[in-house]
Design a binder for this molecule. Structure first.
Ligand SMILES: [Zn+2]
Length: 450
């Protein structure tokens, strides 16, 4: 990570009068924080004149830095979509102090060499922590297993062929065996290629629009296989972007029977339905103003796994509430405008821009009373830190000073011109949202201020 701060606020920082939320201790109340030498040095009362700089957090919420476990940074290989520089700027603006980047780059992140090259770039350009995920199979081709020990030694925090499932059960078993030894998760994108070929959820809406659908079964069949392999090997399975009610029920049961599984949900699967593909712009499960209706088959509603029917969103949210889900991440998947041409839904790339919308969408669930701030911090900071084996994700004296300060009441309209990401592939453009980051602090340095 770059060590020169783009926003100069050197030395120690006192954060005063904020509502401080720390899921590690269950604390949600008024407190001050003192940051010194890149660490949190005090939580509670901070005497006056103790710091070089002050942030008045009156009316704001102060949390451990948010951690996004699922980001596509596109570098190396696809610089037109996103770069480490633009992607980490979007992360900081979205309140994230750490992001984990997926290996579906060119070249694939599947070797010590590819990870070392990426690290050099991260050192030069990133303004938040970037932790890479290595592939499960070499080139993500599903033919040969990656050398898992080697890529972990080179800094990989997990293994994933995300964008594809790894069809070869032998490679999956090798990865799950390695996950035990290396204590790193196998992060699975579940999708049966034999059932693919569609462009949105297969159901009433796809039939109405005349679009070929992606059946829920395509996700659930491979999730079932991967749960079984995790059960048999005792390995650590991390289920990426679980999007169906049946899928999360399978995980609930697997967890109850002792399978080591971490479950990840996306804000868009909790708050948007397949009706968005038909042009609807109502966020579901929340009590929020409605955006202007969109055009049917807007490529910016095309994502994989697809937006699902209302019933699935409700079952996913119930699994957030009963803690079957461990993590909320964005699956930030930037694509250039040429990958998302209006009128060409079926050939458009899958994926939504996410880093700058994850926090506002989760805050809508807080306002609706579906989760509270402690849940939000647990799902977006504490639990991700635990997966990473990191001391971040908490506000204890001595912990790294990664802090997110957000204004839960800031009302804003999503404006493509003002986003930090290079790719504005989201159906939220033009919509009103409420709440966003005001200050993002990484290792005691201010990296974003609004
Ligand atoms: Zn995926």
């Amino acid at each position: 990570m770059r060590t020169d701060s783009p926003l100069k606020l050197p030395g120690s920082i006192a954060i005063r009068n904020g509502r401080v939320v720390d899921a590690a201790t269950g604390f949600d109340g008024s407190a001050d924080l003192l940051l010194e030498n890149g660490l949190i040095s005090a939580v509670g009362d901070v005497p006056p004149d103790r710091s070089d700089a002050e942030i008045d957090a009156t009316g704001l919420v102060v949390t451990p830095g948010l951690i996004d476990m699922h980001v596509h940074l596109r570098q190396p290989g696809f610089d037109a979509k996103e770069t480490i520089e633009s992607g980490t700027a979007a992360a900081a603006a979205g309140g994230f102090t750490t992001i984990c980047c997926m290996p579906n780059t060119r070249p694939t992140l599947d070797s010590q060499e590819s990870l070392e090259l990426l690290h050099e770039r991260i050192e030069r350009e990133a303004i938040v922590h970037v932790l890479p995920i290595a592939a499960i199979s070499v080139g993500r081709l599903g033919v040969k297993a990656v050398d898992y020990g080697q890529v972990v030694a080179a800094g990989a925090i997990g293994f994933s062929d995300d964008g594809d499932s790894c069809d070869d059960p032998g490679i999956m078993i090798a990865a799950l065996e390695a996950s035990k030894e290396l204590d790193r998760p196998v992060m699975v994108h579940c999708e049966d290629k034999a059932l693919m070929g569609g462009s949105m959820h297969e159901g009433d809406v796809s039939a109405r629009l005349g679009l070929k659908g992606l059946p829920a079964l395509a996700e659930e069949r491979f999730l079932e296989r991967d749960i079984e392999l995790a059960a048999r090997t005792g390995g650590w399975l991390y289920a990426l972007h679980v999007s169906t009610g049946t899928g999360i029920e399978m995980i609930r049961q697997a967890k109850a029977s002792g399978v080591h599984i971490t479950a990840e949900a996306m804000p868009h699967h909790l708050t948007m339905t397949d009706e968005w593909v038909a042009g609807d712009r109502r966020l579901v499960n929340v009590d929020e103003p409605v955006g202007p209706a969109g055009l049917p088959a807007d490529p910016n509603t095309k994502v994989n796994p697809p937006l699902r029917p209302l019933r699935d969103t409700e079952l996913l949210l119930a699994a957030i509430e009963d803690r079957t889900f461990d993590i909320v991440a964005t699956d930030h998947a930037p694509h250039a405008a040429s990958d998302k041409i209006a009128g060409q839904f079926e050939t458009a790339a899958f994926g939504l821009s996410g880093l700058e919308f994850g926090l506002p969408l989760m805050l809508a669930l807080v306002r609706a009373g579906r989760i509270d701030y402690l849940d939000l911090v647990r799902l977006m900071s504490l639990n991700p830190a635990q997966v990473l084996g990191s001391e971040r994700g908490r506000l204890a004296a001595g912990a790294p000073a990664d802090i997110t300060i957000f204004d839960p009441n800031d009302e804003w309209i999503v404006d493509a011109e003002r986003l930090r990401t290079k790719s504005v592939n989201t159906p939220l453009i033009g919509m009103p949202l409420k709440g966003r980051a005001r200050y993002t602090i990484v290792d005691g340095e201010l990296r974003f201020a609004a």
